[in-house]
Write a protein of this length. Structure first.
Length: 316
């Protein structure tokens, strides 16, 4: 992968970019690698794919790199065009796109794609390098990181909206977040008034990131993050009481597995269960699953093809 810091920052650059199908990536990248100085970046184009499905999804790939604007520029452009033309017999890559690159601070350029997101009536998710632009809203400061949950995905936003509604209407004292990722839902619950919020994940990196994010948001005294999931609670490997609010923002097949592990039993009778990560076509099965486990549907929210559900466990 190219690193712009290896070059003189006063240089001008021309970006070469070409999008190909996944099976053509190696052929195109190997063809361009000898021509483009500094190497190439391969970027899979996922669109609205849920993070847990990334490894199972075949998507186009953008291959790009940078050409210095110098006396060799036109020669390199011709080399690139000729090399791609020579592939026509065995592949069919599209025409490359050449784009002038404006001078900027490469260490912070990526940050321009992230901005505060207002959700529900009270929340706002703010990148940690920015100030809260709406002081009347409760900020949750997050960085895009190695664990899922920076607030930009629809499933996370649906979870946050439903958590806020639940805490406003039902006011549960504690919260349990299954598959906490970056800790964003646990942190939001604590900031909205939950006195005790426990986040769980089977990924050790997620636990580390969640604890760091809780400290950034100054809720490390009311939040706790541990390694594990529903099965560990049911089997008493993790000691925690039933919760008045349980949240799980995970894809539907894993939600089904959590129900099989005993998800219902960690929700207090009369308590709340918020589920997200559900696609439209999976909704009927999830509604049936809720009913079969004695949850009544309190509210349903949708963004695009993604759906979030808020259910109430029956009292008896």
């Amino acid at each position: 992968m190219i690193s712009m810091k290896n070059y003189n920052s006063t240089k001008s650059w021309l970006m070469i970019s070409i999008t190909v199908e996944q099976e053509e990536v190696d052929l195109v990248a190997n063809t361009l690698r000898e021509i483009v100085p500094g190497g190439l970046v391969l970027e899979r184009i996922y669109g609205a794919v849920f993070p847990h499905e990334l490894d199972m999804t075949i998507v186009p790939v953008r291959v790009y790199g940078y050409l210095p604007v110098d006396k060799k520029l036109e020669y390199r452009r011709k080399e690139i065009n000729n090399a791609l033309q020579n592939l026509k017999g065995i592949s069919s890559p599209p025409e490359p796109i050449f784009s002038p690159l404006k001078e900027q601070d490469w260490t912070t350029a990526w940050q321009k794609d992230y901005c505060p997101i207002s959700l529900g009536s009270h929340l706002i998710v703010v990148p940690s390098w920015l100030k809260n632009p709406k002081p009347e809203r409760t900020p949750v400061y997050m960085d895009p990181g190695m664990a899922f949950g920076s607030g930009t995905h629809s499933t996370t936003q649906l979870s946050l909206i439903l958590i806020e509604k639940c805490l406003t209407e039902d006011n549960p004292a504690e919260m349990l977040d299954i598959g906490c990722g970056s800790g964003i839902l646990t942190i939001a619950g604590a900031k909205l008034g939950v006195s005790s919020a426990l986040g769980m994940d089977i990924d050790p990196d997620a636990i580390k990131v969640s604890r760091t994010n809780a400290e950034k948001n100054q809720v490390d005294d009311t939040t706790c993050f541990v390694l594990g999931s529903v099965k560990q609670i049911i089997e008493k490997e993790i000691s925690t009481p039933q919760s008045a609010l349980v949240v799980a923002n995970i894809i539907a097949p894993i939600l089904i597995s959590l129900f099989n592990d005993g998800l219902k039993d960690i929700v207090l009778p009369g308590g709340n269960l918020i589920l997200s990560g559900i696609l439209e076509e999976q909704l009927p099965e999830m509604l049936t699953l809720l009913a079969d486990h004695e949850f009544s549907l309190k509210e349903q929210q949708q963004q695009g093809e993604w759906i979030g559900l808020w259910g109430k466990r029956e009292e008896n």
